[in-house]
Unconditional design. Structure first.
Lengths: 515, 562
């Protein structure tokens, strides 16, 4: 009897000991762990697409509360427009958004939370670090394919840093992946110059690795091609005041002859005909022949713009500056068939002051909520032409610059009232002309503030007056004088570091303006 | 038995072994927060604030600043306090006059939390415990911008949050204004003529008193310097008096010199940053206002358009303005101005020419356009507003234009404004802001194109002008009766269109006294009935002594006098 018990005990022990293996393993049943990822080229592709997907992600928390984290696509708009003069607050604008307009930004302002940008940067860093290892496991993964994926990650990382450096001036430059909590270390801010140099180096390395086409329009406009790289490079060179390099980058895109302006208006000896499909092709559908890089929202992944702009809801946050038609596009009161196609029903719906580009379906009808998939336009061909014009003007080639500006104006039938007609030798005049034309062409496309700042800061803040005049208009009257005095401090042109980041990363030093 | 005992001992010792380490004292937090209060914050940083801390102790302020509450404290640093002590001639805090210190401390404290987000070009929203407002601005020196308070101190650190409020660190002590507006002006020889006018008209003593009641204390003065007066030809006081003082007694309220001075004073404390947030300000001259506009960056008084003519305004000098005094603030006007006495003039107001529709060239004088308010908070047309109709879809103001439709074919400019009205579903009132109307006594005529939505529709309305109920009602469904002009006028009707159809009717709703020259407010409120087709074409405000029937209007807007 005793023996039986002893043997059965031993048997049970053996049985348990062997079956224990699976039971004790800690691998998740429904996911994949790091050690098993980065083995095949499909996985590399999945993480490359994941980088783009991360830029489409929505916001978290409730708008107007301290816990709100805006989505990246919302921040692209807010950072680029809200301190400038084309927008106004609407009925539901949060106090944080109002602070931006009033030049009263505090480090607690949720709009200064750079988390969405660094999240995407980390996806890029991870791919850059891990994808080269895959070559060792997957024999079908070629060097060319690897380079293509690397070019995408390098370019998006550069683009994200370009937004950060223009918005914050100085920011931590994190170039290695954060794969687990062990990788989290405090990190110092890099200077504007260091970041710009890194961006240029990354883009140059990406340019050599990038594809010219993926074979379908959605990928060509939604993923990084060699033209995307050059578009960003041109913009970075313009910011860094390297004008000859900017012209070279623009020419690479222009000479490819793959892009053109979507026909807007044609002047047949005084009678103007308009392309009825212009808005539909360029903005409603997107991925047109003019697009270079666009965020690919679709019916499965809607953009955040319906809630921000649509006049069909009471809680919209932003409207167009009420005088925008009078001052920016102007109106021909004698002939209603003579109008700037980018004005009423293009960028803005004047009757309701709606920011139309992202919420309009036709001239008069709004998109419904489930149609809210207008793309975000990082770069369009028109941008390339105007960037080239700006660089040419700085290089003293005023007449070449003017012909590019007039090409843009002709496409849209810009009204004569907005033609300031500078002489080819009038550098300042052409700067103003380009800045105004960019405001019309890229109205609400998140470029206005950066355009104004780039022109103001050129040659060691030679034209600070651009910003002074802008805030005189955009800030409420009772804050105007304060806002102007603040804008004279060049640190005020950059956002404060968000309080949470300061508390968690002790090496960060706040922008001295926000004391 | 022994075994049981042993087992018991074993169990007990085991229990103790388990329990022993658990006997540690548990730390219970008895405080709700570890945030320091304002005094605690200063105590922690004696290098910067030991002197101000001493002052708080000496003035007896420290105890309440260390208690629960919500305060804003502008805390001057030690260097700031040292400079201040030198200025008042005290070697140490102990040596200083306690009453001066008490006043000084009270000027640094607000009984509310005011973050730097509320700093404007004007005064802070909350008054200090001393009873004077602090005024903020931003200075720019050597590449750095700073908030400044009372033009006396720079803000070194802002929005330091502590348990019972907020601290803003400042580099100098704030000193309360001790002189009145009158005293400050009198000291300044640049304003000698204006001051003499103040004295002779009796306003000097008003500007020289500090009313203990803070609700009546504050005054704002727009002073004219000798240079401004000289530019208008007044080089001596005698010439100014000679021009205006028609009664020879400037202290009389009916004397024009008295009026001139009264027109330069407004009650309330209004820094430039505060002035420009409101379009008009009442002056001490009864029923006379000054209008304020911000043109680019300039604050301009009385730049207004009357009957299509722009009258240039008077610029306020920013550098010499915003001078705080113990009973208000005074500003410097760069030129001489005087209240304008205008003769009442008729306003024939075509209500469908408002800027919002004129901005839409595809519709203005071309076609119909609907202004739809999506929600009650929406306000699409600045000067046309209506009480939210419970049925959301009825909140549409339609601009109707057609040269051929029978609704607008004879209307002025061939357009009307149409708004549904009436309970239970439609908008509950319709309010409009007129262009500026010169003060005087006017008859009010509402001109409309009568229409019934269905044969039984009725739309009886009352009209209020500046909240004064007009004597007569009007009805958007009622046609003009027949009769001669004289017969019609006697019963409060007229034909205002060139065409004689009785669908276009003008109803006299009453007579109103406008006491102030400004934009007036007219409101139409439905009393009985409800319908969509309330077609408003014009509103006439005609001085009572003028011809009430003529002119009439052609569809192209021209006036005819027959």
């Amino acid at each position: 009897m005793k023996k039986i018990i002893q043997y059965s005990f031993v048997f049970m022990l053996i049985a348990i000991a062997f079956s224990c293996k699976k039971w004790l393993s800690l691998k998740p049943q429904d996911g994949i762990v790091k050690e098993e990822f980065w083995k095949t080229k499909e996985q590399v592709k999945a993480s490359a697409i994941g980088i783009y997907a991360s830029m489409l992600d929505g916001s978290t928390g409730n708008y107007g509360t301290v816990g709100y984290i805006p989505s990246l696509s919302e921040q692209l708009f807010v950072w680029g427009e809200c301190r400038a003069d084309n927008i106004s607050p609407a009925t539901f604008t949060s106090s944080d958004d109002l602070e931006l307009i009033n030049m009263n930004t505090q480090p607690t302002n949720v709009n200064t939370n750079w988390r969405p940008f660094y999240r995407t940067i980390n996806y890029c860093n991870t791919l850059i670090e891990k994808a080269p290892e895959v070559v060792n496991f997957d024999n079908t993964f070629t060097k060319v394919q690897l380079d293509n994926y690397l070019s995408e990650a390098l370019t998006i990382r550069a683009l994200m840093y370009f937004y950060l450096v223009r918005s914050f001036g100085e920011a931590p430059l994190k170039l290695d992946a954060t794969l687990s909590d062990e990788n989290i270390t405090p990190i110092k801010k890099a200077t504007q110059e260091e970041i710009i140099n890194q961006i240029i180096a990354d883009l140059k390395s990406a340019e050599a690795k990038a594809v010219t086409t993926y074979g379908d329009a959605a990928s060509d406009k939604g993923r990084v091609t060699v033209y995307t790289v050059n578009a960003i490079l041109a913009d970075v060179y313009l910011w860094a005041e390297k004008y000859a390099d900017c012209v070279v980058a623009c020419d690479k895109i222009i000479n490819s002859q793959k892009f053109g302006l979507i026909r807007g208006a044609t002047d047949n000896g005084g009678i103007i005909t308009y392309n009825e499909n212009w808005f539909n092709t360029l903005y409603y559908n997107g991925n047109s022949n003019e697009g270079i890089f666009e965020l690919q929202f679709d019916a499965q992944r809607l953009n955040p713009y319906f809630n921000m702009f649509s006049s069909s809801i009471s809680v919209r946050r932003w409207i167009a500056f009420p005088e925008i038609m009078d001052q920016l596009f102007t109106v021909d009161f004698t002939n209603d068939q003579n109008y700037d196609i980018r004005g009423d029903a293009g960028s803005v719906r004047a009757a309701t002051s709606t920011i139309w580009k992202y919420v309009g379906a036709t001239n008069t009808a709004l998109r419904t909520f489930d149609q809210s998939y207008a793309h975000w336009f990082f770069y369009r061909y028109a941008d390339i032409l105007l960037m080239k014009a700006e660089a040419l003007n700085e290089l003293g080639r005023g007449s070449d610059a003017l012909s590019l500006i007039y090409a843009i104006r002709k496409r849209a039938n810009a009204l004569a009232a907005t033609d300031i007609n500078p002489a080819p030798s009038d550098k300042i005049g052409i700067q103003d002309f380009i800045l105004q034309e960019r405001s019309r062409e890229f109205c609400f496309e998140g470029k206005r503030w950066y355009d104004a700042l780039r022109n103001a800061k050129r040659n060691n803040y030679e034209r600070l007056s651009i910003l002074l005049n802008m805030v005189a208009q955009s800030v409420p009257p009772n804050l105007q004088q304060s806002a102007q005095a603040k804008i004279k401090d060049k640190n005020s042109h950059y956002f404060p570091i968000y309080l949470y980041e300061l508390q968690t990363n002790k090496l960060l030093v706040q922008n001295p303006f926000y004391k | 038995m022994k075994k049981i005992k042993l087992l018991f001992v074993l169990l007990l010792s085991g229990y103790i072994a388990v329990q022993l380490p658990a006997c540690k004292k548990i730390n219970i937090r008895e405080t709700t927060t570890e945030d320091v209060n304002i005094v605690g914050y200063l105590d922690k940083r004696p290098d910067s604030f030991s002197l101000f801390r001493q002052i708080l102790e000496r003035t007896g302020t420290a105890s309440f600043l260390n208690a629960y509450g919500s305060y804003t404290c502008f805390a001057p640093t030690n260097t700031g306090v040292k400079t201040y002590l030198q200025k008042i001639g005290a070697a140490t805090v102990e040596a200083a006059d306690i009453n001066i210190l008490k006043d000084m401390v009270r000027l640094h404290l607000l009984e509310d939390t005011v973050y730097s987000g509320s700093f404007t070009d004007g005064k802070l929203p909350v008054i200090t415990m001393y009873g004077q407002f602090l005024v903020t601005a931003v200075s720019f020196e050597q590449g750095i911008s700073n908030y400044i308070v009372n033009r006396q101190a720079k803000v070194l650190q802002s929005n330091l949050k502590v348990g019972n409020g907020l601290i803003h660190v400042i580099d100098h002590v704030l000193i309360p204004a001790t002189k009145t507006i009158a005293q400050q002006l009198e000291e300044n020889p640049e304003y000698s003529l204006f001051v003499q006018a103040l004295k002779e008209t009796g306003f000097f003593s008003k500007l020289n008193t500090v009313d203990p009641d803070t609700s009546n204390r504050w005054l704002s003065v727009f002073a004219e310097s000798n240079k401004a007066l000289a530019d208008s030809g007044f080089t001596t006081y005698a010439s100014l008096k000679g021009k205006y003082s028609q009664t020879g007694n400037p202290s009389s309220a009916t004397d024009s010199l008295n009026m001139y001075v009264a027109y330069h004073i407004s009650s309330g404390i209004k820094f430039l940053g505060d002035i420009i947030t409101v379009a008009t300000h009442v002056t001490l001259l009864p029923q006379e206002v000054i209008s304020i506009k911000l043109i680019d960056q300039n604050v301009v008084i009385n730049e207004d358009e009357f009957n299509g003519v722009l009258e240039k305004g008077i610029l306020l000098n920013r550098q010499k303005s915003d001078n705080a005094a113990s009973n208000g603030v005074w500003h410097d006007a760069t030129a001489h101005y005087m209240v304008k006495f205008r003769k009442p003039t008729a306003l024939f107001w075509d209500v469908s020419t408002f800027p919002e529709i004129m901005k839409l060239p595809a519709y203005y004088k071309r076609g119909n356009y609907n202004f739809t308010r999506a929600t009650e908070a929406d306000n699409l047309i600045k000067d046309h507003y209506w009480g939210w109709g419970p049925l959301a879809g009825t909140n549409v103001l339609s601009y109707l234009y057609s040269a051929t439709s029978s609704i607008t074919n004879y209307a002025v400019n061939n357009d009307v404004n149409m708004l549904p009205m009436g309970l239970p579903n439609r908008p509950i009132w319709w309010e409009m802001k007129t262009p500026p109307i010169i003060k005087g006594r006017y008859k009010v005529w509402v001109c409309y194109r009568a229409q019934k939505q269905s044969s039984s529709s009725n739309m009886l309305c009352q009209v209020e002008v500046n909240k004064v109920l007009m004597q007569r009602t009007m009805n958007f469904t009622e046609n003009r009766p027949t009769g001669t002009d004289a017969e019609l006028e006697a019963i409060g009707w007229k034909r205002y269109t060139e065409n004689t159809t009785n669908l276009f009717a003008s109803r006299l709703v009453g007579t109103i006294d406008f006491t102030t020259t400004q934009q007036q407010i007219i409101r139409i409120t439905p009393l009985t009935g409800t319908q969509n087709n309330n077609n408003l074409d014009m509103i006439h405000f005609i001085p009572v002594d003028d011809n009430q029937v003529l002119p009439r209007f052609k569809p192209d807007g021209t006036k005819i006098f027959f």
